[in-house]
Design a protein around this ligand. Structure first.
Ligand SMILES: CC(C)(COP(=O)(O)OP(=O)(O)OC[C@H]1O[C@@H](n2cnc3c(N)ncnc32)[C@H](O)[C@@H]1OP(=O)(O)O)[C@@H](O)C(=O)NCCC(=O)NCCS
Length: 229
């Protein structure tokens, strides 16, 4: 009897999960999804801290150079505060919140930004997992590339990516980024070393790749409103 009861609970849980996923998919497939970037602010502290505690994000975004250099996760409130302060106040950074229909779903931005040296690197993370894999990351990066290579008028954008981050590499290549060289090594928790790849997108390549960019029909990109950082 208990077994039947347990099975029924399991069946019910599975049914509810499938029903929820169908409802979610239908929402994402039918609603207009407007992707916009706005400057990150101190009011975003809570979500930044939450995403900074997510092992999925950490393992794909933090380069660990060797044994003993693994970040101590979850980050303390003080460490998360330092991180958000840096994102907002560091003069060589321009950080945006990614919003979909005004909901904050992730962060994106430039680091090591130097107009004088015509240099910048970029980073991105979709923090809310139900928003990943729906064309929204690609749309957010496209908005940032238009801003960086258009409004800020840089001629190239650089990034670093771990060799096992196949989703990110796929998206970057679609946007026109080209792998240039190995920038270093990443050491994982199982003691394995992985390559860290440098990728670059030039203004010329962005101009041509942008025309071929495929996004879901209901995803709309709103241009970045900021003139200069
Ligand atoms: C990387 C990231 C920003 C991409 O954003 P996203 O919204 O999830 O990606 P999109 O939905 O726009 O595009 C995903 C693409 O990857 C493809 N994809 C899915 N799984 C894949 C896999 N295992 N291997 C290769 N490509 C894959 C999808 O088919 C889609 O491509 P398509 O449009 O040609 O069909 C997001 O997944 C993320 O934040 N990941 C965690 C943090 C991270 O990795 N940041 C980057 C560090 S360099």
């Amino acid at each position: 009897m208990l077994c039947l009861f347990n099975n029924w609970n399991l069946f019910n849980d599975i049914f509810m999960a499938v029903a929820f996923k169908c409802k979610l998919d239908s929402h994402f497939n039918t609603q207009k999804l407007e992707v916009s970037l706005r400057p990150l602010g101190y009011g975003d502290r809570e979500s930044v801290q939450r995403w900074l505690s997510d092992p999925y994000i950490i393992q794909l975004t933090f380069v660990v150079t060797g044994p003993g250099n693994y970040p101590s996760v979850p980050f303390s409130t003080a460490a998360a505060d330092n991180y958000i302060n840096m994102l907002i106040t560091d003069q060589s950074r321009v950080t945006f919140a990614i919003e979909v229909n005004s909901e904050h779903i992730g962060n994106i931005g430039l680091k090591e930004y130097s107009p004088a040296k015509n240099y910048c690197e970029f980073f991105v993370e979709i923090g809310k997992d139900q928003y990943r894999g729906r064309g929204l990351g690609k749309a957010a990066i496209a908005a940032l590339m238009d801003y960086t290579l258009g409004v800020l008028n840089l001629s190239e954008v650089h990034l670093e990516v771990l060799e096992f981050n196949s989703v990110a590499i796929h998206v970057y290549e679609q946007l026109g980024f080209i792998m240039t060289h190995r920038t270093g090594w990443h050491y994982d928790r199982n003691g394995q070393y992985w390559q860290v790849w440098g990728m670059t997108l030039t203004k010329e390549r962005w101009t041509s790749c942008k025309k071929q960019l495929l996004l879901p029909a209901n995803v709309i990109i709103k241009p970045v409103a900021l003139s200069t950082p």
